[in-house]
Ligand binder design. Structure first.
Ligand code: HEC
Ligand code: HEC
Length: 434
């Protein structure tokens, strides 16, 4: 049997003392005592976009998702499948440097984020009205690094270390697109309200890996929301400039076609970034001004509720001119659909509405917003309905959707159409789905 060397024994207490001291120093300097460690080092910059820009997605459907970790590989295949992609690496060196320099001047760095250049007074005023001042952004950036970066990535590209491994993938903020919005339609850009982002942070996105951050408290959530907007603005300016240049044979003049109402002082990338950012900020301001406010939820008696659910069923499943035919996408009430492409070039499936899982929130008003506004980047259309019929029709749909997962809540004839011969409260799949 091996014996402990006697010469080591007297040294042991010293060794233990040393290890304890080292540990104590490490814990002291890396934990709550000093908040400086939450900040990014001041030499970290947002990387210039290198991954493919998805311009058009294939019309195909798929019956399965790509395997875990295949995010960029799957996007790389979009071209072969009939879509259109561009590589930012194909941008000529001079344009690339010009754009990168302007992005750095306008949006700062993760350590010192900003929106706008101090001499552009109109942009700075707009940014301030949207709570995008330097102080709020710096606080948001710290919180983002700790809570969000591992999924959403340094530049908000949805490609943090965890990103490719979860599905749906964390939101890539760089197209300035959001799914769960309650802003009124209008203008040439679809933007969320600040409250929409706050709500996703507070409640998380049910049924996905996006956690609920309600416990961080109101102030932190406000700061994070500002920082998400900052990343989206930076990303969208980069995305749109790069995409348009690559599409239009690097013609800087063509960039200004995106801004028909502006009169540029000169036709440079620099000027475009300035004007495009101003345009985006105005779109966010407009979205924020007034959200969709549905007429009050009617007070249904039990019998009225069954009638409403029945009407909702008709609106959902019929293709008649007075209905919406939602079932054309949500086939078999969402139990059968195939995956289709969303605006990011990733796959999404019309939801299975028999499961009672709602990504954008489960309150009746959340579902009202989803139906009235659609889920634009996932290509779920907004309903078109005459104003005088809007609230009744949408509340009927909401009542149907909320009852759908629970056979016992459906009128008998609707229940047998959805669940076949199910007994009350027990879901048995109809013959066609077995
Ligand atoms: C474990 C991974 C993960 C973490 C951590 C995470 N998210 Fe997400 N996030 C997601 C996923 C996944 C989605 C996309 C859900 C979808 O597409 O339906 C998402 C979506 C979002 C959205 C978009 C909502 C919309 O309307 O489109 C926002 C905003 C967001 N996250 C912000 C944050 C912020 C801020 C943090 C940190 C406080 C954070 N997320 C942390 C995974 C994560
Ligand atoms: C063109 C296809 C399409 C049509 C038509 C369509 N949807 Fe959807 N729907 C989708 C997709 C795709 C999703 C999943 C979006 C996501 O999670 O990104 C979805 C999701 C939903 C959700 C889940 C929202 C959440 O918070 O998770 C509801 C509810 C819904 N649809 C209701 C309807 C209703 C009601 C109609 C008819 C008025 C309808 N859909 C028509 C494609 C469609």
């Amino acid at each position: 049997m091996a014996k402990c060397s006697p010469s080591l024994i007297p040294a042991l207490p010293k060794l233990i003392g040393f290890i304890t001291l080292t540990l104590a120093v490490c814990i002291f300097t890396t934990s709550g005592c000093s908040n400086n460690n939450d900040a990014y080092p001041d030499d970290v910059v947002y990387p210039f976009r290198a991954d493919l820009i998805v311009d058009e997605v294939p019309k195909l459907t798929h019956d399965r998702l790509p395997g875990p970790g295949q995010l960029d590989k799957a996007i790389g295949q979009i071209k072969e499948l009939g879509g259109k992609t561009f590589s930012p690496k194909d941008l000529p060196e001079n344009l690339r440097i010009e754009l990168d320099t302007e992005l750095q001047l306008t949006f700062g760095s993760p350590y010192k984020p900003s929106v706008g250049i101090s001499t552009h007074t109109e942009t700075i005023a707009l940014a301030k009205s949207l709570k995008l001042d330097d102080e709020t952004l710096a606080a948001g950036s710290k919180l983002y690094r700790r809570n969000c970066l591992h999924c959403h990535g340094l530049a908000g590209d949805g490609r943090g270390p965890t990103g490719p491994w979860v599905n749906p993938h964390p939101r890539d903020f760089r197209q300035g697109k959001f799914k769960f919005i309650s802003s009124n339609p209008g203008g040439n850009k679809i933007k969320p309200r600040r409250e929409d982002i706050l709500r996703s942070l507070k409640a998380g996105v049910e049924g996905t890996s996006m956690p609920a951050f309600g416990l961080l408290g109101e102030q932190a959530l406000e700061q994070l929301t500002s920082y998400v907007l900052h990343l989206s603005l930076r990303g969208e300016v980069e995305f749109e400039t790069t995409r348009t240049l690559l599409k239009k044979k690097n013609s800087v003049t063509e960039l200004f076609e995106l801004l028909p109402d502006e009169e540029p002082a000169k036709e440079t990338v620099q000027e475009f970034v300035k004007l495009y950012l101003k345009d985006l900020l105005k779109a966010y301001q407009k979205a924020d001004a007034k959200g969709i406010e549905p007429a009050a939820y009617p007070n249904f008696s039990d019998a009225e509720m069954l009638e409403s659910v029945k009407r909702g069923y008709h609106l959902f499943s019929s293709s008649a001119s007075d209905a919406f035919g939602c079932v054309s996408c949500h086939q078999d009430f969402g139990r059968q659909p195939l995956y289709q492409y969303d605006d990011w070039g990733t796959l999404v499936r019309p939801s299975n509405l028999t499961l009672s899982i709602y990504r954008g929130g489960r309150r009746p008003v959340d579902l009202y917003w989803r139906i009235k506004r659609g889920i634009p980047p996932s290509k779920m259309p907004a309903v078109t309905v005459p104003a005088n019929e809007e609230s009744q029709k949408i509340w009927d749909l909401v009542n149907f959707i909320e009852a759908l997962p629970f056979p016992g809540l459906l009128p008998d004839d609707v229940r047998s159409k959805v669940y076949g011969q199910a007994t009350r409260g027990v879901a048995v799949l109809p013959e066609s789905t077995k």
